[in-house]
Design a protein around this ligand. Structure first.
Ligand code: AMP
Length: 396
């Protein structure tokens, strides 16, 4: 596999699939440029190496052809400022204008193509459309991990037109490297912490991790399906009744594989799903009717914290409670702090999935963990053990 650090970009037009799907306000101003910022090192690397850069991305979900609010032209001022360069813009990602602008592009110059999803062929993974895009450049680079789980024209199909000249950008490389490190090269003890709303959203992750981890900590809304399955009284807590058998199977599987499964013993319960609701501590097995568990309790925090702090590899996905509400945030905060502490002692920690990333940011611990995945759905599918089309297209 070609590597961005050793590849010779001299005079090679490089078509980079970036994820510039940033939020815009009503005046088409970028409200959160994180995704553009993340791609800058990759773009700079190619430019410094002597390759003219062509950038392609999607923005939003346009339905039928071009829509002003989804035009990538709104990104030009910010991108130009970040790269300290004028940006050329093709108002269609294929066709004469794109072809001509690409043909004239010189080393050190950047061409931004209009939103790929203005053509429905993009999400359909249309091969003829991918081929047209491929004709614009000599090299294909994918740096859009957020869409790596989609077999779209620009994220996967296009790679076949660059059998020799295809590679990852830094974002893709880092995401794949760090997730692989946890999935395939974990130093023991390896602890996975899974939380969030529902078991159904996490079951494939649990299955894939079960034969890899030493400790599996379960928190969040999903814990109550396990507790009910074991005969506990869970009141009005979030439950998936159709998954009770599956929860029991998971408990059995953990036993047979020698995995320590940690399920909370105490919980903070409330009489409404609301930060102003009455709340108190309860044993997980005796939650009164009309009350629901919205966080893990102090005994569980103590046990979980100790397990985490004695781990060498940690994967965390999903909050321990409804951390968006202050009264039910203690468990998530304590877990975030324990992960940071373990990392400080030398553990490798990977945080992934929208809400755990939000939690780590909320408690300002982003710099105290090893890696925060920005991949969202792509990251989840990767830790579910699925092969991502965008990764496979490059790795082969
Ligand atoms: P997920 O997207 O599945 O990771 O779920 C994240 C959401 O789960 C967050 O918005 C939390 O507020 C919510 N959550 C965590 N614990 C609970 C709970 N005990 N009851 C209901 N929702 C919860």
């Amino acid at each position: 596999m070609k590597n961005i650090d050793t590849f010779d970009f001299t005079d090679k037009k490089t078509l980079i699939r970036v994820d510039f799907n940033v939020p815009l306000n009503a005046n088409f101003e970028i409200t959160d440029p994180t995704r553009i910022d993340a791609a800058i090192p990759t773009i700079r690397k190619v430019l410094r190496g002597g390759g003219p850069v062509i950038l392609m991305s999607h923005l939003g979900r346009p339905k039928e052809g071009p829509e002003e609010k989804f035009s990538l032209k709104h990104l030009i001022p910010y991108l130009s400022e970040q790269l300290d360069l004028d940006i050329e813009f093709a108002d269609d990602c294929i066709g004469d204008s794109a072809r001509n602008l690409a043909a004239r592009l010189q080393p050190g110059e950047v061409l931004l193509l209009e939103n790929l999803r203005f053509h429905k062929e993009e999400t359909k993974g249309d091969e003829a459309f991918a081929e047209k895009l491929s004709k614009l450049a000599d090299v294909y680079m994918n740096d859009a991990f957020g869409t790596a789980h989609r077999a779209h024209a620009s994220t996967a199909i296009i790679a076949k037109f660059f059998p020799e000249n295809k590679l990852f950008g830094y974002i893709m490389e880092n995401e794949v490297k760090n997730i692989d490190k946890v999935l395939h090269d974990a130093h023991k003890p390896f602890t996975a912490i899974l939380g969030g709303a529902k078991v159904s959203g996490k079951i494939e992750i649990i299955n894939n991790l079960m034969d890899k981890v030493d400790n599996l900590i379960v928190g969040g809304g999903m814990m109550f399906t396990f507790i009910k399955a074991m005969g506990g009284k869970v009141g009005n807590s979030l439950i998936e009744d159709d998954l009770l058998d599956l929860a029991l199977n998971t408990i059995e599987k953990a036993k047979s594989l020698g995995v320590n499964l940690y399920i909370p013993t105490d919980t903070v319960i409330a009489d409404d799903f609301n930060n102003d609701a009455n709340y108190m501590l309860s044993d997980v097995n005796t939650i009164p009717d009309g009350w629901m568990g919205l966080d893990i309790g102090p005994d569980s925090i103590k046990v979980f914290t100790e397990v985490i702090e004695n781990s060498n590899t940690i994967l965390w996905n999903g909050p321990m409670g409804v951390f968006e509400m202050d009264n039910f945030a203690e468990g998530t905060k304590a877990i975030a702090e324990a992960v940071a502490k373990a990392t400080g002692k030398g553990a490798f920690s990977l945080i992934g999935g929208g809400d755990s990333v939000a939690a780590i940011n909320k408690y300002k611990l982003k710099d105290k963990v090893s890696y925060v995945s920005t991949g969202g759905g792509a990251m989840l599918e990767y830790i579910e053990g699925k092969e991502l089309p965008g990764v496979k297209a490059i790795k082969g």
